[in-house]
Design a protein around this ligand. Structure first.
Ligand SMILES: [Zn+2]
Length: 228
């Protein structure tokens, strides 16, 4: 397999790495044009978009679009456990141990690929349609204290997704606003601003008792995060 270099210039650092017995080469090219990586926004009439991230749905936009979370760990858990068991039964550093180790690494690699692929697809789609983006600041350490949520959260790797969204927005010159960690994007009504004291995770529809605004829970949160 080979691919031509997409940029011309002096070649700087070359890093060769290996993941799951696949080889990767990363080449740093110094170009004259500092703006090579800046991709100009595609449309001028694009709206500002608020993005709510979550466990079941990876991202919900204020325009109502949803990007599902593939949750690969859940799907691959049996394979992962079996590969782990196989490895633990082999004699350490024996030929079969090495084979089993490879198999386990391969399952981990598959999981990472599926996750990354869905993150790339969603983040690219979002930056393409937005002129400004609003996101929340995840209180991950607080959420991880909830044991039930912890596994699902590490599976969906939400902070990695937000980091990806941020750098893609920056690259296109799209301003990105991060709400405060304490902003109650889910509990607040996006129509009148009333804040509920309690909002159960099982309540999938937001219904405001003040102005009777009714909306999908995640879309309401995304609308609250929408800049402007
Ligand atoms: Zn309201």
């Amino acid at each position: 397999m080979r691919e031509e270099l997409r940029w011309t210039g002096d070649i700087g650092r070359v890093v060769v790495s290996r993941k799951d017995d696949k080889w990767f080469v990363s080449i740093l090219v110094r170009t004259d044009d500092a703006n090579t990586m800046v991709q100009v926004p595609l449309f001028d009439d694009r709206p500002a978009v608020g993005v709510d991230v979550g466990i079941n749905t990876l991202a919900t936009c204020s325009d109502g679009t949803k990007y599902e979370n593939p949750r690969p760990l859940k799907r691959y858990l049996r394979k992962l456990r079996r590969a782990g068991r196989m490895l633990s039964r082999k004699v350490y550093l024996s030929r079969n141990w090495h084979k089993a180790r490879k198999r386990l690494a391969h399952v981990h690699y598959r999981i990472a690929c599926i996750r990354e692929d869905s993150h790339h697809k969603a983040s690219t789609s979002i930056v393409r349609k937005a002129s400004a983006i609003g996101i929340e600041t995840l209180n991950v350490s607080g959420l991880l204290k909830n044991r039930k949520l912890a596994k699902a959260l590490s599976d969906s790797a939400l902070s990695k997704f937000l980091t990806m969204l941020k750098y893609k927005a920056e690259r296109r010159g799209i301003p990105i606003t991060e709400a405060s960690m304490f902003f109650a994007s889910s509990k607040t009504c996006s129509s009148c601003g009333h804040k509920k004291a309690e909002l159960n995770l099982s309540e999938r529809t937001y219904h405001c008792t003040e102005c009777s605004f009714t909306c999908d829970r995640d879309v309401n949160a995304a609308m609250n995060l929408c800049p402007v």
